[in-house]
Unconditional design. Structure first.
Length: 464
């Protein structure tokens, strides 16, 4: 039942009854927006509208985080025309907008991961490479990722959110829809790679997915990170993660002795370079990655906590007397979103047994890392995975290929796996390696005019 009708973009008389009006910022005209409001006012049915096609490419990558950048670079270097869509104002995802500062599970990776580490280091970013990972400067990462993509001929569109997917009657994705300051736009491509972290593209295409663990789909907590300055690395050396193995408990003790109770009980302080540090000491529990209001509330809480903790540390005086926040992350760090169902699902048993697979795209070696799911820890979930142990395991190519639609690959934290396996392969060394494989496979499948699921990664790897 329709009780009111709204229209756009017709220009209408300002006194037209029943129209919701807004001033056109460009012309000053009064516009009507098309749509139909339900009689109870709880929903609005949008009218059909024509959306301009603004891009056509061989491969379209959604999300410019570690996985997406690697996918775009690999596809472009394999000869494909590539469109990269990113909602943030920079490339890098959690690496940059999330101010992460540490790359894990990179030392056993070749290809683009090694290239990026070298490029970050050449710009003065890298201060520590060890088995624990590599520290980098997020600002350096932003610049390097943009430069490499531009150099490879990747077309980049920032500030643009993917909001829909269009399939043909063979269940093959043929286009995606975005929203941005340029309005609603359509992008055509032959192959698509979902590197959105949360699996947005695959979900819009109707793919099945899993979220979190248990009946409540409980996810790992989100965390807001920040950059700090005003302390001397030598004076606070015992508290720096990379230089002292007891740094986390020591920093927690210092905080607690001074009345600070951080929501993340393993506060992690890193020295990047030149007196710039990063700090992770916040956990936001039970926040859905698909609830914008819940993420907003968590962001506000987390930023306030970070400032309060820094104020508390500064009040200790001594080495901490001049501690200050340089920046808090623009994007709260999301550890878990959708895990899209692929043609293989990486499982806890694969991790426990150290899976070897003929279509391995990379080997993941980072341990299972399930952060506390709530303030009482992980008591509410089955802990049996802990006794199974962990050995380095292969990520098979079919785990990157969507099960339910054709022409779609996934990489990074939204690839196909279970809750426990995800807690290991979600780190960025593996995001880059899986992104590189997905991008290359997408390009090769275009060149050979076959679907990604018809490729055998073992054969492609031999051709390299
Ligand atoms: C707090 C925290 C600490 C972590 N610590 C470490 C660590 O120390 N070392 C490590 O290696 N890993 C760590 N991780 C894990 C790692 O950062 C992520 O799992 C990794 O970034 C995954 O890479 P990705 O490219 O799949 O996703 P992301 O980095 O999340 O990138 C996804 C990108 O897609 C974009 N996007 C999302 N939806 C859309 C859309 N609809 N349209 C357009 N663009 C979209 C996002 O803006 C983002 O840029 C941590 C994660 C968190 C949250």
């Amino acid at each position: 039942m329709v009780s009111a009708s709204l229209a756009y973009p017709e220009t209408v008389a300002a006194d037209d009854p029943g129209a919701a009006r807004m001033a056109n910022p460009l012309t000053g005209d009064v516009l009507r927006t098309q749509g139909a409001l339900s009689s109870d006012g709880t929903s609005l049915l949008e009218s059909t509208r024509s959306v301009p096609v603004v891009g056509t490419s061989d491969v379209l990558v959604c999300g410019g985080g570690p996985a997406g950048v690697a996918a775009a670079l690999a596809a472009a270097r394999a000869g494909a025309s590539v469109q990269l869509l990113e909602v943030a104002g920079c490339l890098g995802g959690v690496w940059t907008a999330g101010l992460l500062t540490k790359i894990l599970d990179a030392s056993n990776k070749s290809g683009i991961m090694q290239e990026l580490l070298k490029a970050f280091a050449e710009r003065g970013s890298q201060v520590a490479v060890d088995t624990q990972g590599t520290v980098y400067d997020p600002e350096v990462a932003k610049l390097v990722l943009e430069e490499l993509c531009v150099e490879a001929g990747v077309k980049i569109r920032l500030h643009t959110r993917l909001v829909g997917a269009v399939l043909n009657d063979q269940r093959q994705i043929v286009a995606v829809l975005t929203e941005s300051k340029s309005g609603r736009e359509a992008w055509l491509a032959q192959r698509f790679v979902d590197c959105s972290g949360d699996g947005d593209l695959a979900a819009h295409a109707g793919c099945q997915f899993d979220v979190g663990i248990g009946a409540e789909c409980t996810c790992q907590p989100m965390s807001m990170l920040g950059l700090l300055t005003g302390i001397d690395p030598e004076e606070v050396r015992p508290y720096i993660r990379e230089t002292a193995s007891s740094a986390k408990p020591l920093l927690l003790k210092l905080m607690e002795e001074n009345g600070i109770q951080p929501s993340y009980r393993g506060p992690t302080l890193r020295h990047l370079h030149s007196g710039i540090f990063s700090l992770m000491t916040n956990h936001e529990y039970g926040v859905s990655a698909f609830d914008a209001q819940a993420i907003t509330d968590a962001t506000i809480r987390a930023r306030r906590e970070l400032h309060e903790i820094v104020n508390g540390l500064r009040s200790i005086g001594g080495a901490w007397a001049n501690l200050a926040i340089v920046a808090t992350a623009e994007q709260i760090g999301v550890r878990e979103g959708r895990r899209i169902r692929g043609r293989y699902m990486v499982s806890v048993d694969d991790v426990a047994q150290g899976l070897r697979h003929e279509q391995a795209v990379c080997r993941a070696a980072f341990p299972i890392d399930v952060h506390a799911l709530g303030t009482s820890g992980n008591k509410e979930i089955d802990q049996s995975f802990k006794s199974k142990g962990m050995q380095p395991y292969d990520i098979p190519y079919p785990a990157l290929v969507a099960a339910d639609v054709d022409g779609l690959l996934m990489a990074g934290r939204c690839l196909s796996g279970d809750f426990v396996a995800h807690s290991s392969y979600r780190v960025t060394g593996d995001a880059v390696a899986t992104g590189e494989a997905a991008g290359r496979a997408a390009a090769i499948s275009v060149e050979r005019q076959i679907m990604p699921h018809e490729l055998h990664w073992g054969e492609i790897a031999k051709e390299a």
